[in-house]
Structure formats: C-alpha cells, structure tokens
Design a protein around this ligand. Structure first.
Ligand code: ATP
Ligand code: MG
Length: 452
C-alpha cells in the first residue's frame, strides 16, 4: 500500500472532532490547516487559462465526433494492478490506495484509460461498435512534487475503443496537432514508435536483457533493478550517464513482424499525407504496461525537465485483460497533461480573453442598497450576456468607486438615494474620458447594449 504522508495528514485534519481525542498525524488545534503537498489550488486568476484550454479541447474533439464520459475518480485497486501493471513505478510506489469501511481496497485513479475500458465493458458500449470518447479530470500519483509534476494533476484523456487502426492512430495525432494550432502553440514535437505485439515484446525483451546483462557495469541502480522488473523502461532512463548505452541498445524497429511494421508504415503514410511532421524514436517506451504496437509522445523544450506534454499508444490487449477475457477489442488512446499545457500557454504569453465585468454597480444609501439588486436583475433579464457585478462590501462612495475601478469594468453604475427617487442611475465610463450621464431605469438595458 502506498498511502503517503500527505494523505494521512489530510484525514487527520478532517477528522478533528469535538471529543479532543487525537488521531495519528493530526495537526494541533491552533495550527493553520494547509493544503496537501503536490496538490494545487487553481486560483481565480489561473482558471481563465484552464478554461481556454479545456474549451479548445472540447470543441476540437466534438468536431471529430468524440463524446465525453465521466467515470468516478476511485476504482478497485485491482483495476490498476492488472492494467497499468505490477512492475511499473505507478503501481509499485505512486498509488493512493486505501481500504474503505467495507474492507475493499480502493485507489484514487493514477490514470484514466483503465476506467474508460472498465466502463465500456461494464456497460456494453462496444456492442454498439467502436467508441470515440474523452474525459478531463484529476489524477493522483505519489510522486516527488516539482515544476510540472504534482500529486494531483489533470489529464485530458482521449480513447478510441474498438478500432484496429492505423487510421485512428493517425487521427489522434492530428487531433492534437489541431489543438496546438487552435491554441496558437508552437514548438511541440511528435515522436512515434512501435512496441509490437506481446510476443514481439517478449522476444525483444530477451534481446534487451541479454544486451544490458553484457553491459551490466554501466547500468545505474535504477536500471539494474529494472533489468528484472521492467527492462524496456531502461530505454526511458533520464540519467545522462546512461545515454550512450541506451543509444547502442538493439532497436525494437528491427524486430517488428511484417504486420506490425505495416501498421507503423500506415500511420507514417497518413501523417505524411496530412503534412504532420514527426520523428521516429525507437527508444520511446511508455511507463504503463498495457501498451502494444503504436506509442507516441508530444514533447517540448520549453518546459525544462518535464518535457512530455502528452503521451499515448495502442493497448490492444487491455479490454480482454480488464474484462477477464470475456471480450477483446483493439484500442488506442492518449493522455495530455493539463498543467503542462497551461504552463506552455503561459510560457508563450497566450492570454485567455479578458474576463473583467462589463459594468459594476455601486449603491450608496439605504434606499439605493435596497433597489440595487432588483435593478441588476432587470438588467440581467434583458441582457443575459452582460457581466454585471454588484458591489457588496461596506464603505463610502470613494471606497466603492475604487473597487469599481479595480474590477476592470468598463462602466460604473452609481445608484444613490436621489437616483432611486428619480428612478435613474448614473452611468460613468471608467476607461474613457466620456462624461457621466443620468439614465432612466427603463432605458438602462438599451444604453448598456449600446456601450458594448
Ligand atoms: P512523465 O514521463 O513526465 O512522468 P508519464 O509517462 O508518466 O510522464 P503518462 O502517465 O503517460 O505520463 O501521462 C500523460 C501525461 O500526463 C504526461 O505526458 C504529462 O503531461 C502528464 N503527467 C503525468 N504525470 C504527471 C504529474 N505527476 N504531474 C503533472 N502532469 C503529469
Ligand atoms: Mg511518470
């Protein structure tokens, strides 16, 4: 079990009861409660960039016929053991696993492909034919937090279930290229590889183990360990001292069977025809065991060490594995790291559309305070798109006007008791030199619409 320090901290905080009994890991009463390391609050100033990215993804996916799914964030631990794989970093040391009150072992999902596959099998979606689906949401891995690597992070997950490819393989890559274009992102590089089928992987693994055994002295500790648990992952080593030995290792591409090679050629031909540039990287393996055949990543040199924005591949054996063998189906998918995508937008100074209010209503005096919300509601009825903020903090005219200005609104609407008596409001432009003017309540929607 890999429930980390972080998760016991949070339980302690939440469980602080009236009884005064102490729980393991509980914070003393007078200590400020903070969030959990590696789990971020996305602040109001950051959400516009997230919404822009999510909105673009939703729109692009809809145009390709992909439909949203929303699986739960908790699954049976067994699902990830069986799919992601026992020998992977994720299952070995990164899962947030706990026993629920009924005694079942559950895990906060570290990724979402397994959930999509489980749901598709459970609800018989594949009986209706191939499924193109997607999901955005939080994932959880007990990793060492650093820039671009968190313990709760978000993925856009896209899955094509029931299609043998290679056309859908290329489609997924084209979708991502379109998303980058739509967001105005540059400098992302597509790398592709094929891992072959399970038998090919088994043969290749033997060759690789033989090669690394011969060069055992040059392997770092991590790779020595992986030699028995997950030798393909040695190719993925980030250790600079390992780069030469990895570069000289046998290439999987020399060991694909004819059908596997033809599948990869099919993808390449489609990418070439569509004019999408890529590079072939025979060292590209992925961190999850379920991949077979096609694997790909989009990488960038603009984010430092955490250079992979998106990774994916084919997992033709996973439906049978998750479903207990009752059914099998070819499938492919990818997961895009939303934190890294948002960081790229920031790095490229790609700003979301301004979200300042159009108008800011201040009311001074008892009668005005009483009338303000009713007037605002009438304006909202007439102009459903208008962003109208009603001032809500105490203070005099000066303080209120200061807040109106700080809100970024283009117009202030000023309501005093005199205005209420005359059933008017003073409209004051905040971003131009135009004069303040009195507007009758009945005329206000028309005037505001004209100011748009
Ligand atoms: P990495 O090599 O960076 O650890 P990975 O191979 O573990 O990535 P996947 O499990 O395939 O990544 O997830 C796909 C994408 O999700 C990654 O390309 C990355 O953008 C994002 N991602 C993965 N782990 C994290 C994390 N801990 N924090 C933020 N983003 C992450
Ligand atoms: Mg990882």
């Amino acid at each position: 079990m890999a429930v980390g320090r972080a998760s016991s901290e949070s339980t302690g905080a939440a469980d602080t009861g009236q009884s005064g009994t102490s729980h393991p890991g509980e914070l003393p009463r007078m200590t400020k409660i903070t969030g959990i390391r590696g789990m971020n609050d996305i602040s109001p100033s950051q959400t516009p960039a997230w919404q822009m990215a999510e909105h673009a993804a939703r729109e692009v996916l809809a145009t390709y016929g992909y439909r949203e799914v929303r699986p739960p964030i908790v699954e049976r631990t067994e699902l990830f053991r069986r799919s992601v794989g026992e020998g992977t970093d994720i299952v070995e040391k990164e899962m947030y696993t706990f026993t629920d009150r009924g005694g079942d072992s559950l895990t906060l999902r570290p990724e979402c492909t397994a959930s999509c596959v489980r749901a598709a099998i459970e609800h018989g979606w594949l009986r209706e034919g191939g499924q193109r689906i997607w999901h955005i949401g939080p994932m959880f891995r007990y990793e060492r937090p650093q820039k671009g690597r968190y313990r709760q992070f978000h993925q856009l997950d896209v899955e094509c279930l029931g299609f043998p490819g290679p056309d859908v393989d290329a489609e997924l890559m084209l979708i991502l290229a379109r998303l980058w274009r739509r967001l105005g992102l540059e400098g992302l590089e597509l790398q592709i590889n094929s891992l072959g089928s399970r038998p090919t992987q088994a043969r290749y693994r033997e060759l690789l183990v033989e090669y690394f055994q011969r060069n055992r002295d040059a392997l770092d500790d991590d790779s020595q360990r992986r030699l028995t648990t997950n030798p393909l992952r040695i190719l993925d080593s980030k250790n600079p001292e390992m780069q030469q030995i990895v570069a000289d290792a046998p290439s999987i591409l020399d060991h694909l069977d004819p059908a596997e090679a033809a599948h990869l050629d099919g993808i390449r031909a489609m990418l070439d025809q569509a004019g999408l540039a890529y590079s072939l990287n025979p060292r590209l393996v992925r961190g999850l065991d379920y991949y077979t055949s096609t694997v790909f990543e989009w990488v960038t040199n603009r984010l430092g060490a955490q250079n992979a924005v998106c990774g994916g591949g084919r997992y033709d054996g996973l439906v049978a594995e998750v479903g207990g063998g009752g059914q099998s189906a070819p499938a492919i998918g990818f997961a895009l790291g939303m934190e890294r995508l948002v960081a790229l937008l920031e790095e490229a100074s790609i700003e979301p559309p301004a979200s300042a209010p159009d108008a800011y209503l201040v009311a001074v005096g008892d009668a005005a305070a009483g009338a303000a919300h009713a007037l605002a509601e009438r304006v909202r009825d007439a102009l459903p798109e208008l962003r109208l903020v009603v001032d809500a903090a105490p203070g005099g005219m000066r303080a209120k006007m200061k807040r109106a200005d700080r809100s970024g609104a283009r117009m202030a609407l000023i309501l005093g008791d005199d205005e209420v008596a005359a059933r008017t409001v003073s409209l004051k432009p905040l971003r131009s030199d135009s004069q303040q003017s009195a507007v009758a309540w009945a005329e206000l929607p028309v005037r505001l619409a004209a100011e748009e």
